[in-house]
Write a protein that binds this ligand. Structure first.
Ligand SMILES: *Cc1c(COP(=O)(O)O)cnc(C)c1O
Length: 406
């Protein structure tokens, strides 16, 4: 049995643009910035006081996206020198947190020059390197540091996660057994100012699992602070809020999450919490619109070959899901040759690449799909274009349309 079709709500502006573009202007990424602003404002409104919202730029760093988010977030998380330079330029005067493993000396030096607001330190080596580089700064200038830890992920949270960065051997953050040494090292580098802790342990978590993670991280911070008699006023509990690609109507419960975080901050009156979601902020505002080029049978199944493919929208290939989509039928057929059409009820949507991995969605309930019909893929606003292998096979790049600009 194939599950019933899940048709994601296609916003009017996106539908109009996807329908009116000429074939040669497809495929196209269409972003609804009005939708993005409304969503970000709702997320912000669901969060209590003393919880800061940062956006993890790696999910989608398009300048238009960053600019639309800027009024609704407290800052941006960047994970490389490239992202750092890019975000600093795209949005002025917003705090940046610089994280990520394998920071180079040059990247750290540039980050110090740019006055990055928070350094998420990932290892003892990095702490020493930052300490040495910071020693060259003007006397009295301090460098705000959050120590990133790879902490155990609570059992309940682990079950639902799609990607675990913590609680198992990974290159991310300090091992909990290094906590004592890291705090001692900080004493050798007076210009490094320990502001608190950072952890980004898993992604694909629902609100209850995220709250369990936040509780663990805060408990670790409180215990560490007590052991050393230091203040750890800030705890960044990371991102990883779930986006459900099988049912786009189910969204992360920001209200329940905000209420849970409010209980956590109420229990710790001097605590400032910070979260840094990426996917759950921008996935919903982006669409990948294209058209059917060919429809054909193969060994009992049917395939529609679309203009474009996973070299533009790699998300379904990397995550192993079917990208949710909507068909926009096009009745006009401008060619003198016959128009191919699907005969079965379900059809697999592929791209133009010469690899069987170039599948966007399997067995989609789109009976009667014809060449020339348009297909618009939803949830393409995060980890989509920017994680794709654009140059493989040298097909043209998609167009980019930012609707609802301020
Ligand atoms: C990727 C990443 C995020 C964002 O994760 P999402 O799953 O997109 O919410 C946040 N923090 C760190 C350190 C990351 O590496």
């Amino acid at each position: 049995m194939t599950p019933p079709p899940v048709v994601p709500p296609l916003t009017g502006a996106v539908r109009e643009r996807a329908a009116y573009l000429a074939s040669d202007d497809l495929p196209a990424y269409v972003y609804d910035l009005a939708e993005l602003r409304a969503h970000a404002a709702a997320v912000r409104a669901a969060l209590p006081e003393r919880v800061e919202l940062y956006y993890a730029a790696k999910a989608n760093p398009e300048p238009e996206i960053l600019a639309a988010l800027a009024p609704h977030v407290d800052g941006f998380e960047v994970s490389s020198g490239g992202e750092l330079a890019h975000v600093r330029k795209a949005v002025r005067n917003r705090p940046l947190a610089f994280g990520g493993p394998g920071k180079t000396p040059a990247e750290l030096a540039t980050a110090l020059d740019l006055g990055v607001e928070r350094f998420h330190v990932e290892s003892e080596y990095e702490l020493r390197m930052l300490g040495h580089l910071a020693a060259r700064l003007a006397p009295g200038r301090t460098v705000p540091v959050l120590l990133r830890f790879n902490l155990p992920v609570p059992g309940a949270a682990l079950e639902g996660s799609s990607l675990a960065m913590g609680g198992r051997p990974t290159p991310f953050g300090l091992d909990p057994t290094q906590a004592d040494n890291a705090v001692r090292l900080l004493a050798d580098h007076p210009q490094l100012e320990l502001r608190g802790l950072h952890a980004h342990l898993a992604s694909g978590l629902d609100a209850a699992a995220q709250l369990a993670v936040a509780g663990e991280v805060v408990a670790f911070a409180v215990a560490l602070a007590a052991r050393y008699g230091v203040a750890l006023p800030e705890v960044n509990v990371g991102g990883g809020m779930n986006v459900d690609y099988t049912d786009p109507g189910v969204r992360f419960d920001w209200t329940a999450y905000g209420e849970g975080l409010a209980r956590l901050t109420a229990a710790h009156p001097s605590l400032l919490l910070r979260i840094e979601p990426g996917r759950a902020l921008t996935a919903y505002c982006g669409w990948y619109a294209t058209e059917v080029l060919d429809v054909k049978p193969s060994h009992g199944e049917e395939f529609a070959v679309l203009r474009g493919g996973t070299h533009h929208l790699r998300t379904p290939a990397t995550k192993g899901h079917d990208q949710p989509c909507t068909v926009l039928p096009v009745d006009r057929w401008p060619h003198p040759w016959p128009r191919p059409a699907a005969r079965q009820d379900h059809i697999t949507l592929t791209g133009q690449l010469c690899t069987p991995k170039d599948v966007l969605a399997r067995r989609v309930p789109a009976g009667g799909l014809r060449a020339g019909d348009r297909v618009v893929f939803a949830l393409a606003g995060a980890y989509a274009w920017n994680i794709s292998h654009h140059d493989f096979l040298m097909h043209p790049r998609p167009g980019f349309h930012f609707l609802g600009g301020a």
